[in-house]
Write a protein that binds this ligand. Structure first.
Ligand SMILES: Cc1cc2nc3c(=O)[nH]c(=O)nc-3n(C[C@H](O)[C@H](O)[C@H](O)COP(=O)(O)OP(=O)(O)OC[C@H]3O[C@@H](n4cnc5c(N)ncnc54)[C@H](O)[C@@H]3O)c2cc1C
Length: 358
């Protein structure tokens, strides 16, 4: 069977959603032949802030997992400095995130999936339905492989080939651009959330990570690089010092689900998890909690359901409250990204922290 490369389930993408899905299925169904395909390398790893939110921490706790310290980086941050450059307002809000090395986090999650699944380090370039199963073309560094599977899972993030092939894409997507600089003690907050209506209707951020300082943001696809450079210049001016010469620039698409129909869990024998399904916060781009939760939800559906209809129904039921929670984040985004409302909220100081008033 192995030579024919036929699998019960082919999972495209080994980020948090794909890794947890496989980890959780193989625990109860070691009989299933699963292949996990991902082209990620340390050099071509996903651009990310790598902050583990309290909701993601809760999911990890509920999965009975503990985070190894090898995944963490310096510094650990207790607050976000929120800045509205255009309206010249700054506020500090408490946050309880863990600061991580994103690539190390993915590798750690993947280590649980490797025991009973076949891992292919390559990119899936085409998927086609043939009769009752699906054929996949995968390109690795050394060969082109053809696989066949009974079920397909798209765990392949914001630019999901699975979603593009079988379903409608996400309506609103930004290009997220991040630059890394050597940390030379620049006068930049350790962690900040930046609004600047002149250059983006979304948000940007700075984060310190070990020896580096990251500045990134989400920008309209059209003219994204120009908007990024404009905003960087405005931010440097606002903070009063330049970031320096970038050592790395990275970019990817990031989804911003606004409506219930932006969430797509799949149909027939093709399912979507994590960001491919639209499970990401539109207000903060926090996506680890939804990726882990949806991966677990689909694994439970696979374990419980005997037919694809039952799996589909169970998965949809398991993710109902997640969809509602993310819908609320879209409402929050609409409020936060409205400069007028943001000004009122920030000026009021509500929920902000200061030294003597809290
Ligand atoms: C710039 C940025 C910063 C972010 N910061 C944070 C943060 O600090 N905290 C947080 O909680 N969330 C953050 N997010 C969101 C978070 O990264 C995602 O929501 C989360 O990673 C989604 O997990 P996933 O497993 O669904 O998809 P991903 O993590 O995107 O993983 C998809 C995987 O699929 C692989 N893949 C894609 N296409 C193919 C293909 N054709 N063939 C084979 N493999 C493929 C990719 O290599 C990747 O490994 C950020 C997002 C961006 C863009």
């Amino acid at each position: 069977m192995e030579n024919k490369r036929y699998y019960d389930i082919a999972v495209v993408g080994a980020g948090p959603s794909g890794a947890i899905l496989v980890k959780e299925i193989i625990k109860s169904r070691p009989d299933l032949k699963i292949v996990l395909i991902d082209g990620q390398t340390e050099e071509l790893s996903k651009p990310c802030g790598g902050l583990l939110s309290p909701s993601a921490q809760k999911v990890i706790a509920r999965l009975n997992m503990v985070l190894p310290k090898s995944v963490l980086v310096d510094p650990q941050i207790f607050a976000v400095q929120t800045m509205d450059i255009d309206q010249n307002i700054t506020r500090l809000y408490q946050r309880c995130y863990l600061n991580m090395d994103r690539y190390a986090f993915d590798k750690w999650l993947l280590s649980f999936a490797t025991q009973n699944a076949t891992i292919i380090n390559g990119r899936c370039t085409k998927i086609e339905k043939e009769g009752d199963s699906y054929n996949l073309n995968v390109v690795t560094a050394t060969e082109k492989i053809k696989l066949s599977a009974n079920f397909i899972v798209g765990a392949d993030g914001g630019s999901s080939i699975v979603r593009r092939t079988f379903f409608k894409g996400m309506k609103v997507q930004y290009v997220s651009i991040q630059q890394w600089y050597e940390d030379k003690g620049q006068n930049v907050p350790n962690y900040s959330c930046i609004f600047d209506a002149k250059t983006s209707d979304s948000c940007s951020w700075t984060i310190r990570k070990d020896k580096y300082l990251i500045y990134g943001g989400a920008f309209d696809k059209k003219g994204c690089r120009e908007a990024f450079e404009n905003q960087k210049a405005r931010l440097e001016n606002f903070l009063g010092n330049p970031f320096g010469k970038p050592v790395k620039t990275e970019a990817c698409l990031v989804s911003s689900p606004r409506k219930i129909k932006d969430f797509c869990t799949g149909k027939e024998k093709v399912f979507l998890v994590g960001e491919a399904a639209g499970f990401i916060s539109a207000s903060s781009f926090e996506g680890f909690s939804s990726a882990l939760l949806s991966g677990k939800a689909l694994a439970d559906a696979f374990i419980k359901g005997k037919t694809y209809q039952q799996i589909q129904k169970e998965y949809s039921k398991n993710t109902r409250s997640l969809r509602h929670r993310l819908r609320k984040r879209a409402v929050k985004r609409a409020l936060l990204c409205n400069p007028f409302i943001r000004k009122i909220v920030m000026k009021s100081g509500i929920q902000s922290i200061s030294l003597y008033n809290n």
